[in-house]
Design a protein around this ligand. Structure first.
Ligand SMILES: NC(=O)c1ccc[n+]([C@@H]2O[C@H](COP(=O)([O-])OP(=O)(O)OC[C@H]3O[C@@H](n4cnc5c(N)ncnc54)[C@H](OP(=O)(O)O)[C@@H]3O)[C@@H](O)[C@H]2O)c1
Length: 281
């Protein structure tokens, strides 16, 4: 399937990102190269990894072995919670490039704000230096609430290109999405199918039957029509293919509204206001 089927979203600095990508959270390091190779074969041209996933090496190997020009694959990584210190952030970015085997990363994110560590403004200043060096085409944040973003706006220069946050039908995040949009920050939706939790919902199952699609396709298409950037994860080839087939059908406005109405403020992951976990390294 051709990559031309995947729309591109223009970020606030003019860089374009494929709206659909492939996430590698919880893929064991030794399986990552094959999983990413499968995604690239199917047609994905956007991979979302992170230092804390410990699988950047497999991502880099698959991208480099694919034969696809490097500038046709958009790769994101994220700063580990262990490296919020300014100098540590700079050094860890260098290590990410080395581990991936790249000269440049497409997007680098601060993974979590870590309110108790309390240094995300200084961390962002390190991100600005990385961006100014040209070795990251765009920089952004993940799991930032409006109050964290307001501090960046007041105390720093570069507006994050994206905010990657948990979004799915049980956590629609409408306020946060509106805040991002007002500030020209693109919203990326992590755990777009809530790791499978929403797939048995009767409303979603019915809409899937009406469109002769799977529940996962309906939920992913709902994100696409709301303008979010998504990167579902799967180590199952048939699902990797299923999750890519989103651009030859459309949900009606009433379907989108019915899925949005399922919101119950339910997180499957951590709450950014209370999550302060820092790994050893
Ligand atoms: N910034 C952050 O803090 C953060 C946090 C979490 C995730 N993320 C990013 O977001 C990406 C996606 O989120 P996620 O991995 O947490 O969850 P997800 O994509 O919502 O769901 C992945 C789970 O759903 C299963 N699955 C995938 N496609 C399916 C389908 N078509 N039908 C049924 N089941 C399906 C997968 O199983 P199999 O693999 O066994 O097929 C896996 O168990 C991550 O990989 C990561 O890149 C970021």
């Amino acid at each position: 399937m051709a990559d031309a089927t995947v729309p591109q979203i223009m970020l606030n600095n003019g860089v374009r990102i494929p709206q659909l990508g492939f996430g590698v959270f919880q893929i064991p390091p030794e399986e990552t190269r094959d999983a990413v190779a499968t995604a690239l074969e199917v047609g994905y041209r956007h991979i979302d990894t992170a230092q804390m996933y410990r699988n950047e090496q497999g991502v880099g190997e698959a991208v480099r072995a694919s034969g696809i020009p490097r500038d046709e694959i958009f790769v994101t990584s994220k700063l580990s919670n262990a490296f919020h210190d300014h100098d540590a952030a700079l050094a860890s970015f260098d290590r990410s490039l080395e581990t991936l085997g790249f000269d440049q990363l497409d997007l680098f994110l601060v993974h979590w704000p870590l309110p108790e560590v309390g240094s995300y403004v200084d961390t962002w200043k390190a991100m600005e230096e990385i961006y100014a060096s040209g070795r990251a085409r765009a920089i952004g944040v993940s799991n930032f609430q409006p109050h964290h973003l307001r501090r960046l706006h007041t105390e720093t220069t570069v507006v994050p290109a994206v905010n990657q946050v948990e979004v799915h039908p049980y956590l629609t995040q409408d306020e946060l999405r509106a805040f991002d949009a007002e500030h020209e920050i693109a919203t990326e939706a992590w755990s777009p199918i809530a790791q499978g939790l929403v797939l048995d919902d009767p409303v979603i199952v019915q809409i899937a039957k009406d469109h002769d699609r799977t529940p996962a396709q309906v939920v992913l298409r709902w994100h696409v029509q709301r303008g979010e950037i998504i990167f579902p994860k799967s180590v199952t080839r048939s699902r990797v293919e299923e999750n890519f087939a989103l651009f030859d059908f459309e949900l009606e406005d009433a379907d989108v509204a019915a899925i949005s109405a399922l919101d119950r403020g339910q997180r499957t992951g951590a709450d950014p206001d209370t999550f302060n976990w820092v790994p050893e390294s």
